[in-house]
Write a protein that binds this ligand. Structure first.
Ligand SMILES: Nc1nc2c(ncn2[C@@H]2O[C@H](COP(=O)(O)OP(=O)(O)OP(=O)(O)O)[C@@H](O)[C@H]2O)c(=O)[nH]1
Ligand SMILES: [Mg+2]
Length: 442
């Protein structure tokens, strides 16, 4: 690994670059306590502290001037996040304090960590496999309760265990093939390929890989655009969903001109919701520009909620898989039978609407159970697909009675892909790409 020199003592601010009550600065690497002792008010206490203990004291500069009062969490080698000797300083969260401490550490000869370097060391020392390391970043960046809970499950090893199970299954099949290859045919009874076992394994891999769609949805979220004619009640619905008066509502047509966006959680899916300018022919330059923007947003949306005013006879939109037509103002007029109806004024039908939105976003993917294992990494998805493809090819060869050594090549290819998933056989440059996407300090 070119950027991740593993013998260095590294340091990084693990909390945000903002003023706050407290901040945490991490240091990791063999011999770090001896180095840090030079700038600590109680050097002996720091150097002799047992694993997982706290040491209170002051960080001070070369002239023994105090910089801040800190608490050090000490981990000895073989413990803590990185499994290296490490210290986590909790200091006061002033930007001036943080800056001075970081500069002090640099003068001590410690190296400022690259993004993901602490997690990389944790992986290197075998505390986490690659799926768990990726889950760390997925957890840090999770935006909804659901996505957090899925990432935590993966961090705790749910995905690692499942992949291990898949690998063991595959290796059992490969072992049977190897035995056959090692002995001349007349030494063994007639060999039947464990076809059923391979089919079953292939199914498991495909099943896991298909959860990517839902994982991606929970991770990346969806863009939903509220569209419709002027006065349909788009801004009213926008405010109702956000539970605040964000957008201006009025009986004047063409009230909303530029679009407004806000974040919303729909059944655990992080949603960016857009209120837009009502669609109509307009002579007004500003309004026309607003309508152009609405059209652009509609083009990029994952779902368009098209509002129709039930009390008017306007043009109806084309319904397609990206458009959900909703009749508003159900308190004023009866919407056509069987159509989805709401009132943005009384709130009637809005719960139902949210359910429909979630359904549409999930594209009919069956609603997954809370504890179902779901992947959200593009890398993992790709490797599972490759593994499945190799096994499918193997299956075709089996059915054509092709010699076993050729089938073994495909099985080996599948195993290689599963091995890359957990990081056993992942090339260094790929590892670097994965970890460098992490936050510094993680
Ligand atoms: N009775 C009733 N009035 C509603 C309902 N929803 C919206 N309105 C009223 O309809 C008018 C237009 O509402 P808006 O939310 O501003 O409509 P809009 O689609 O954002 O309109 P533009 O921004 O002009 O495109 C306002 O007077 C709202 O109070 C509803 O469900 N029932
Ligand atoms: Mg509006």
């Amino acid at each position: 690994m070119s950027r991740y020199e593993t013998d260095d003592i590294i340091y990084a601010l693990a909390t945000g670059w903002v003023q706050s009550a407290l901040a945490v600065i991490r240091v990791s690497g063999q011999g770090c306590r001896a180095r840090l002792a030079a700038c600590f008010s109680r050097p002996k206490a720091l150097e002799e502290a047992e694993n997982a203990t706290l040491v209170h004291g002051y960080l001070q500069n070369e002239e023994h001037q105090r910089i801040d009062e800190v608490v050090c969490a000490v981990y000895t080698e073989g413990h803590g996040y990185t499994l290296e000797e490490s210290v986590e300083f909790t200091c006061h969260g002033s930007l001036a304090v943080i800056k001075e401490i970081l500069e002090l550490f640099a003068r001590l000869g410690l190296r400022s960590a690259e993004g993901g370097e602490f997690t990389f060391r944790s992986f290197l020392h075998g505390r986490l496999d690659l799926t768990q390391a990726e889950a760390v970043q997925e957890l840090v960046s999770s935006q909804s309760k659901r996505s957090r809970s899925m990432a935590l499950g993966r961090l705790e090893g749910s995905l690692k265990d499942q992949i291990t199970h898949l690998k063991n299954e595959l290796m059992a099949i490969m072992a049977a093939v190897e035995v056959q290859l090692d002995y001349a045919e007349d030494e063994l009874d007639a060999f039947t390929f464990p076809r059923q076992r391979l089919v079953f394994l292939l199914d498991l891999i495909k099943q896991l890989s298909s959860t990517y769609q839902i994982g991606k949805l929970f991770k990346q979220g969806a863009r939903i655009v509220l569209a419709g004619s002027t006065n349909a009640g788009k801004s009213s619905l926008f405010n109702l969903l956000l539970k605040q008066e964000r957008s201006i509502v009025s009986p004047v047509r063409g009230t909303t001109r530029d679009y407004i966006e806000a974040d919303l959680d729909v059944e655990g899916i992080p949603v960016k919701l857009y209120d837009t300018a009502g669609l109509r022919e307009s002579e007004d330059v500003i309004e026309s520009e607003g309508i152009k923007r609405t059209e652009r947003l509609i083009g990029q949306a994952d779902l368009v909620v098209y509002l129709v005013d039930s009390s008017e006879h306007g043009p109806l939109p084309q319904e397609d898989e990206r458009t959900l037509v909703v009749y508003n103002k159900s308190d004023l007029a009866k919407p056509p039978k069987g159509e989805l109806a709401i009132s943005a004024q009384t709130g009637e039908g809005v719960g139902l609407l949210l359910g429909q939105i979630a359904n549409r976003l999930r594209h009919g993917m069956q609603s997954t159970m809370e504890d179902q294992l779901i992947i959200e990494s593009e890398r993992q998805h790709r490797l599972l697909l490759h593994a499945a493809e190799a096994l499918e090819r193997a299956l075709v060869l089996v059915d054509q009675d092709i010699p076993l050594d050729i089938i073994a090549v495909e099985l080996g290819e599948a195993l290689q892909n599963l091995g890359e998933l957990t990081g056993e056989v992942t090339p260094a440059d790929i590892l670097e790409t994965i970890f460098s996407g992490f936050c510094v300090g993680k």
